[in-house]
Design a protein around this ligand. Structure first.
Ligand SMILES: [Cu+2]
Length: 170
């Protein structure tokens, strides 16, 4: 009866968890699962080349860019981006429709398995509204990239750069 023994070995921690008086074994099991998921999430998503455009002082909105690489075998979605240094941050996608450049608010952006997405002028970009202070070239601003479910949040630092004449919407 090896089969039933194995079944018990696999399902008993789950049964322990669903039990009203979850014992130390149940907590240990949960702790291990959370750690495995956390470790997996930490190693599967990497953010690079993060920068924010230096807008003229009177302009209350600017654009931000980065690359996101998903090295896991499952798609991972970016669901929100926040910054303590801007009142609001949105994710946008630029498109050209009947030779008119438009942008669309994105509730979430999925990074396919073993792939990457580049946020760059004319494509995906961040819109950062109402900076809480003035920034000069080379300054650092903080961004938090929130991922779906247990993938958690990546806190990154963005450098203030100048993107020249190119706007995120063309
Ligand atoms: Cu936009």
């Amino acid at each position: 009866m090896i089969g039933s023994k194995m079944k018990f070995a696999i399902f008993s921690p789950i049964r322990t968890l669903s039990c009203k008086h979850a014992g130390p074994m149940g907590f240990m099991f949960l702790y291990i699962v959370i750690n495995i998921l956390w470790l997996h999430a930490q190693t599967s998503i990497s953010i690079s080349d993060v920068w924010v455009n230096q807008a003229p002082p009177i302009v209350k909105v600017t654009a931000g860019f980065f690359n996101v690489h998903n090295s896991s075998d499952k798609p991972v979605s970016i669901v929100k981006i926040t910054s303590p240094e801007f009142k609001n941050v949105e994710m946008h996608k630029s498109t050209i429709n009947e030779s008119m450049a438009r942008m669309k608010l994105q509730d979430s952006i999925e990074v396919p398995a073993n792939s990457y997405i580049m946020f760059k002028p004319g494509r995906y970009h961040l819109m950062l509204f109402q900076p809480l202070k003035k920034y000069k070239l080379g300054d650092i601003v903080k961004l938090s990239i929130h991922l779906l479910r247990w993938y958690g949040t990546n806190n990154v630092q963005a450098r203030i750069r100048h993107m020249g004449k190119m706007t995120p919407h063309n």
